[in-house]
Design a protein around this ligand. Structure first.
Ligand SMILES: [Fe+2]
Length: 380
């Protein structure tokens, strides 16, 4: 048996650690930052707070706030131009997964000049990421994606006609600054959906194929933390402990999924691409059905999941799925995919795109197109 393990990200964690961001940038030889973010965070006042922190430390900061929910190649090019116009020497990715991913792609763009499609991981683009990259600090403002510790960026490229994953260990942020206070303003629904993304990362990592006991341990603890704290964070948005635990569970989920993901993420990616269903909601709704599908293939890990969710009777895939359904009810995610706009005519293309997605190759039970369709239909 051979395996490679890597847990390298420097993580600053806790209330008000955002105030330590300038020192982190300076230690990376950054004095002039481009803050990559979206307009929602500008409106919420979070961008001005972070810019003030940077400027108060005697540094320069310019804002690029053109990132959309699914960042595009055009936005990445515009961000790279903004970096040059500002004479910036470091980047702060501030926001959810979209802003952090866009920041990674902009970081790549500064010294890598071939068309972005050349860096597509599906085409072996990681080998082309060889030049230097400016320092990047990732500052999450949601608890779900974990992009602050992951090594990929997802960008929609018009000339390719799909979402492209750019993957390289070099894209990993130099530092993750995780301040739970930045999530206090998130509405309950977004807290619930993003929180279930964090849950799905830990769940899929735990049951996925492969040997990674360290990731398994992190994933199981992450599941316990979400089960306990997500319902509190949804109903009490300023509960410091719950927000703290959710932010940590989110980071842990993304550390754990270096082991692999599974069928839930393949379907969620396809649902996002075909119908625009939000990533966290798709993961949440698929989860109980995927757990039942995997029940016999991963009985040990799913018994652990049931225990982590507080099941005291028989601990197995079925009871884990029921416990997830109870959690979804508690956090108000009770709609089906039909309510999210998925119709009968979407089914073939969702199944096709989900089969093309690489995540399910790590699922503990092999997934056929018929299986994919059955899980999708159960979720509708
Ligand atoms: Fe995810």
């Amino acid at each position: 048996m051979k395996a490679t393990f890597q847990f390298p990200t420097r993580i600053l964690f806790g209330q008000k650690v955002i105030e330590d961001l300038p020192d982190e940038l300076k230690s990376l030889h950054g004095w002039s930052a481009l803050v990559v973010t979206d307009k929602g965070l500008v409106k919420a006042g979070i961008v001005s707070r972070v810019v003030e922190v940077i400027k108060t430390a005697g540094m320069k900061a310019e804002v690029f706030d053109e990132v959309s929910a699914n960042p595009t190649g055009e936005q990445v090019e515009a961000g790279a131009l903004a970096f040059k116009a500002a004479r910036a020497d470091c980047i702060v990715g501030l926001g959810g997964g979209s802003s952090m991913d866009a920041a990674k792609a902009i970081q790549l763009r500064i010294h890598h000049h071939e068309p972005l499609r050349v860096y597509d991981d599906l085409l072996g683009g990681d080998c082309k990421i060889t030049g230097s990259l400016p320092p990047l600090a990732a500052v999450p403002t949601t608890s779900g994606t974990g992009s602050e510790v992951s090594r990929s960026a997802v960008v929609t490229l018009r000339d390719v006609g799909r979402k492209v994953v750019i993957f390289s260990p070099r894209l990993m942020p130099h530092v993750a600054v995780c301040d739970p206070e930045l999530t206090y303003g998130l509405p309950g629904r977004i807290t619930a959906e993003t929180g279930m993304d964090a849950f799905s990362h830990s769940l899929e990592a735990l049951v996925s194929k492969g040997y990674h006991p360290m990731a398994d341990g992190i994933a199981l603890r992450g599941i316990r933390m979400v089960a306990k704290n997500l319902p509190i964070a949804v109903t009490e948005p300023k509960n410091a402990k719950a927000r703290q635990e959710m932010m940590m569970a989110s980071t842990m989920g993304a550390v754990a999924f270096q082991k692999g993901l599974g069928v839930i993420h393949s379907l969620a990616h396809a649902l996002g691409a075909v119908v625009g269903v939000s990533h966290g909601l798709a993961n949440a709704l698929i989860m109980p059905h995927a757990i039942r599908f995997n029940a016999k293939a991963a009985p040990g890990p799913l018994a652990d999941v049931a225990a982590a969710l507080g099941v005291t009777g028989k601990q197995n895939g079925d009871s884990a799925a029921e416990a997830v359904e109870a959690l979804l009810k508690r956090i108000g995610l009770i709609d089906g995919l039909a309510q999210a706009g998925v119709t009968e005519e979407h089914v073939p293309s969702i199944v096709e795109k989900a089969m093309e997605d690489g995540c399910h190759t790590q699922n503990p039970r092999p997934v056929t197109p018929q299986d994919m369709e059955a899980i999708l239909r159960a979720t509708m």
